[in-house]
Design a protein around this ligand. Sequence first.
Ligand code: 4NP
Length: 166
Amino acid sequence: MTTDLKILFVCLGNICRSPLAEGVFRELVAQRGISDQIICDSAGTHSYHIGALPDPRSRRVAADYGITLTHRGRKLSSEDFAEFDYLIAMDESNFENIEALFRRSTGLQMPEDRLFLYRDFDPQADTSEVPDPYYEDIAAFEEVYQIVERCGQNFLQYLAEKHNLA
Ligand code: 4NP
């Protein structure tokens, strides 16, 4: 059986964390051989960087691991709620902004099983957030890579069990 699951990774600017999370997760899905079953994208809650490639530091860290990021920045919209099965927030503020947009556009509460804080999938975490590296140096981007890789492994396992993926 083929399931088409659509996953949207969300941060503030959609140039640092969420495009890196998206690229890494797509690679994990490919390694598992189920690229035909999961579609990934990313978006930001703000419109600062619409149309922009990911931050050069996110692209550099991804390239170090053989991943090319070609995403163009875009803003989260109410249409995304109809399009995507899961929305994955990088931090608490993204999470709250997603919930608020969902409420405004549907009049309903965001279903608990469709919106997650990504860091809740990190067994090593002592925080619920993927830290914002924008004002930091390259080491912070490397740390974000390691975090989204760990979270990606566990989120993919969660999806595989929930949806009987290969
Ligand atoms: P991101 O990081 O949310 O991980 O893409 C940021 C990118 C841009 C800004 C802040 C955070 N900014 O203020 O422009």
